[in-house]
Design a protein around this ligand. Structure first.
Ligand code: S3P
Length: 176
């Protein structure tokens, strides 16, 4: 198994912001799967959805994980909220390193996402219902994908980063 730290969770749970700050703290490089795909395709995620559809985007996510398994061993990786939905992706994630699920409540997610204009899945009539339904479908899959569940609650980014750094340290001590 590789030694990356991978952050998973629903859109708006703070994977990218947390990942960037964590990478500073632990002096590791940071990679976001959406950004990786956007660079590879030369298109925004929203354009990929629009032009090629969601299934195609999901194939790109799987390919991204396969690429990462061939690459660096010790970075911070944040992944798109829907990536762990595929069983194959959950298996690939586990091989990539320690998978941490940032668990945020439905109400808090809605507050953070209600003004969103970027995420294609939320550009619908009733984003609140969409969040509720997606969360219901995905929660068990996030739990299945994760080695560690971190309840974010009202914690700010700094507190989440420190909590993850502690988890990583204690994992390392347990291994030694
Ligand atoms: C998606 C989440 C997005 C992005 C795409 C689909 C999802 O990433 O991959 O819009 O299915 O939950 P973030 O979780 O970083 O917003």
């Amino acid at each position: 198994m590789k030694k990356n730290i991978i952050l998973i969770g629903f859109m708006g749970c703070g994977k990218t912001t947390t990942g960037i700050r964590l990478s500073y703290k632990l002096r590791k490089t940071f990679l976001d799967t959406d950004k990786y795909i956007e660079q590879k395709m030369g298109m925004r995620v929203s354009e990929i959805f629009e032009k090629y559809g969601e299934d195609y985007f999901r194939d790109l996510e799987t390919q991204c994980l396969k690429d990462l398994l061939q690459g660096k061993s010790s970075q911070i990786i944040s992944v798109g909220g829907g990536l762990p939905v595929r069983r194959e992706n959950r298996e690939l994630l586990k091989r990539l390193g320690t998978v941490i699920y940032l668990n945020v409540s439905e109400g808090e997610l809605y507050d953070r996402l209600k003004e969103d204009t970027e995420r294609p899945l939320l550009q619908c009539e009733d984003p609140k219902a969409k969040i509720r339904n997606l969360l219901k479908e995905r929660e068990k899959l996030y739990l299945d994908a994760a080695h560690v569940v971190l309840d974010v609650g009202k914690k700010d980014t700094e507190e989440v980063v420190n909590a993850i750094a502690d988890i990583v340290k204690s994992e390392r001590n347990n291994r030694e």
